[in-house]
Write a protein that binds this ligand. Structure first.
Ligand code: UDP
Length: 410
């Protein structure tokens, strides 16, 4: 029932020139004490979203430094994903708890998946709430269990979180992006704060020449000689693409030749996503300078990279954001960045130094006009943003944090 995920090979040595010798040496030193540690990552999916994005890089690097690391995904059906989607929304603040039968479905799938789990692990890392109840059925299959939370738990719907916390408390450790996401009732020295990271060598983040970026954007109808604003994110109300369109409209009043690209991935089985995609289209009112693209138009990792590398201003105007991998991805391209002042974005953006933080479409427009009018400012922000990501948000740092946590357990 649990499916192993195949990942490619990666070598820590390839990252040395990007993160520096000190960090890679520290990683190797920590890893030398953990040779052969049997680690299993357990998650709900191997496609789409931040968790899989992270694991496709973290897992090969864990192996490269000597750990016996694996990744399994749980199996569910529509009824399970409907229940866990509700749960996800409630945990991030939507005031609607699961019904008793939805809780039952959630528990049953966790139990079914637990039965399939092999034993003999040193550490099992359970990602997010979907598989969080596997542990209670088979606690003896690993010496240590860690719950890794990727979502914003700072303002949850209380009944939903209260239902889960007793199970989470049984874990030997838990890991959150930010201190403010740690729920009451989980605390002490088994809680670790450790934000995620991006892979600077993946197709989405590797260096792309300006000519190649322009070539790709041109194929999507972008005029590469005119200024471009861009946001990359799912079509989701919390990501506020409508607000980005409003900001763009205010910018056009001063800079009429500006263009906007909204690049967002779609899941074929997410009706909510399509509804919101359509309302975003409607809001664009047929403006030819607004390009609304998704993965069904063949926008993959390289295309995301090209749009981020080409844009004159990158935006992530979220009104809620757990971390925002797209923020680090954008900053890594050394382009000037404007983000919503929420969740994990301020961790990545120091207002006025590595980008700008805004709280409304009007502020977003104002900062965009400022940046487009002063290329030297954009360059300075972009460079500082990239260095901030280099120091804090590349995968070797995340690997080091995990090794420290494992060292503490051993
Ligand atoms: N993403 C993508 N194509 C898109 C939109 C998003 O590949 O059209 C990726 C994006 O680059 C990032 C991830 O999906 O790596 C989204 O992670 P993030 O933390 O920004 O937001 P989430 O979607 O998890 O809320």
């Amino acid at each position: 029932m649990l499916q192993p995920v195949a990942v490619g090979h990666k070598s820590l040595a390839d990252y040395t020139h990007l993160v520096g010798r000190d960090l890679t040496a520290e990683v190797r030193e920590l890893a030398s004490e953990l040779e052969g540690l049997k680690v299993l990552h357990l998650s709900a999916t191997a496609f789409g979203g931040g968790v899989s994005e992270i694991l496709y890089t973290l897992l090969p690097l864990m192996r490269d430094v000597g750990l016996d690391a694996h990744w399994h995904v749980m199996i569910g059906r529509e009824e399970f994903y409907n229940a866990t989607k509700l749960m996800h929304n409630a945990l991030q603040g939507h005031p609607l708890d699961l019904s008793p039968s939805e809780w039952r479905i959630y528990e049953d799938y966790n139990e079914m998946n637990a039965r399939e789990l092999e034993s003999g692990w040193d550490v099992i890392i359970v990602h997010d709430p979907q598989p969080a109840l596997v542990r209670q059925h088979v606690a003896d299959k690993a010496r240590n269990w860690i719950w890794r939370c990727h979502i914003d738990l700072s303002t949850p719907h209380p009944p939903t979180l209260d239902h889960l916390v007793p199970f989470l408390r049984e874990y030997d450790g838990s890991v959150f992006h930010l201190r403010q996401y740690v729920p009451d009732g989980l605390g002490g020295d088994t809680v670790h704060i450790c934000p995620p990271a991006i892979d600077p060598l993946s197709p989405k983040n590797m260096a792309l020449s300006p000519e190649d970026a322009a070539f790709v954007c041109d194929q999507f109808g972008i005029d590469v000689d005119r200024p471009l604003m861009c946001q990359v994110s799912r079509f989701d109300p919390w990501k506020d693409p409508i607000g980005v369109i409003d900001a763009y409209r205010s910018v056009t009043a001063e800079i009429p030749n500006v263009q906007l690209a909204l690049v967002g991935s779609m899941a074929t089985d997410d009706p909510e996503g399509w509804t919101f995609f359509n309302s975003t289209l409607e809001h664009a009112r047929g403006d030819e300078d607004i390009k609304i693209l998704n993965n069904l138009n063949n926008v993959g990792a390289i295309e995301v990279n090209a749009f981020q590398s080409q844009a004159d201003v990158l935006v992530q105007k979220s009104t809620r954001e757990g971390f925002g991998l797209t923020v680090s991805e954008a900053l890594w391209k050394a382009r000037p960045f404007i983000g919503g002042d929420v969740g994990g974005i301020p961790l990545q953006v120091e207002d006025g130094r590595t980008g700008y933080l805004v709280s409304s479409p009007a502020e977003c427009a104002e900062r965009t006009i400022e940046i487009l009018g002063e290329p030297a400012l954009g360059k300075r922000l972009g460079r500082a943003g990239k260095e901030h990501v280099r120091e804090h948000f590349l995968t070797p740092r995340l690997l080091r944090d995990w090794l420290r946590i494992f060292g503490g357990l051993a």
